[in-house]
Design a protein around this ligand. Structure first.
Ligand code: UFG
Length: 327
């Protein structure tokens, strides 16, 4: 298939684009490079444009005879979404609407969308199934949930086929160490801990150790970015006109912040000083996926999402690219 990958210069998008290419699909990356990295696109064709540019999107889809869209382009910093919600509604919601309009202009009917655990907010029960009520607690979560609604309504009214894949904690880097995770500013746990190992930060600050968990630190479900990619590929093959899939993507195993830091110490051989800091507002104690619906529906399972494999792949990339894509 010919696939337009929006946000293909970003973290999850670049890994998925590569996987799609390896599976024989022809990929066109669409990214404005505001937060993505040209270096992450490697030698794939890149159209540099904004999601708000319906005209360019539709033209690109027509010219490249696009069969399906994988939509990764979004802002994804929870804290920033609270201080600047306009940015999130504009880029994530209005941008996605423009993309869907452009798809209609160009007659493209299939889309796989990056959704998030953040649409669930602070669920009372873990593991989290798709039946868990979605009550976001920040504009980022609301912006992604709004797009899920957009997709549902567009499927019913205009016959698009979609999958909304709710990621838990995307992590790790490509097995060959060619592409990896580089956010500016970096806010994610594993890259930050590895920056401590590289001597770029003095210590890792643990955001709270008084949560109701075994060791008092927050528990998250880390899923390797290539396992996310393979789920996208499988979802693409299941899209049906007028229908939507809404699926959780996680490993089903939770690790505490302390466990992640310990694994980083083991893998890197560095001491990695840590200090307890205050809680980060809006961090739920535990978020672990029940991904059994995705497994059943897609015939998919995680292959790289044990914590050691995740951290090892991330470390290989960070060690080889200490300045990320900037070096
Ligand atoms: N953490 C620290 N210190 C740090 C950074 C993170 O202790 O310096 C902790 C956080 O408090 C959290 C865990 O490490 O408990 C993981 O934090 P991340 O920022 O790596 O990931 P989040 O779970 O906060 O965020 C993820 C996705 C978001 C998504 C969110 C939904 O990265 O895109 O889940 O809850 F919105």
């Amino acid at each position: 298939m010919n696939i337009l990958v929006t946000g293909g210069a970003g973290y999850v998008g670049s890994h998925a684009a590569r996987l799609l290419t390896r599976e024989g699909h022809r990929v066109v990356v669409y990214d404005n490079l505001e937060r993505g990295h040209a270096a992450a696109v490697l030698d794939l064709p890149l159209v540099q444009g904004h999601l708000s540019d319906r005209e360019l999107l539709a033209r690109t889809m027509r010219e490249k005879q696009i069969d399906a869209v994988m939509h990764f382009a979004a802002f994804a910093l929870v804290g920033e979404s609270v201080t600047d919600p306009n940015l999130y509604y504009e880029n994530n919601v209005v941008g996605s609407l423009r993309l869907l309009q452009a798809m209609r202009d160009a007659g493209v009917t299939k889309i796989v969308f990056s959704s998030t655990t953040a649409t669930y907010g602070e669920p009372e029960k873990s593991p989290i199934a798709e039946t868990t009520p979605q009550h976001p607690i920040n504009p980022y979560g609301y912006s992604k949930l709004a797009v899920e609604h957009l997709l549902t309504d567009f499927a019913a009214a205009y016959g698009i086929g979609f999958a909304a894949l709710r990621y838990f904690n995307a992590s790790g880097a490509s097995a060959d160490g060619v592409i990896g995770e580089d956010h500016r500013p970096e806010s994610h746990l594993i890259p930050i801990v590895l920056q401590v190992a590289l001597g770029q930060r003095e210590k890792i600050s643990i955001f709270g150790d008084d949560y109701p968990t075994l060791d008092g630190t927050c528990i998250r479900d880390y899923i390797h970015v290539d396992d996310l990619g393979s789920a996208h590929l499988k979802a693409l093959n299941q899209l049906q006109p007028g229908k939507g899939l809404k699926l959780n993507l996680g490993s089903g195993v939770g690790y505490s912040v302390r466990e992640v830091i310990d694994m980083c110490r083991e893998v890197t051989g560095h001491a990695i000083p840590a200090a307890i800091g205050p809680r980060r507002p809006g961090d739920p104690p535990a978020l672990v996926a029940d991904s059994s619906l995705a497994q059943r529906t897609l015939g998919w399972q995680c292959c790289y999402s044990d914590l050691r494999t995740i951290v090892t792949s991330a470390w290989n990339w960070h060690r080889a690219h200490p300045q990320g894509y900037g070096g």
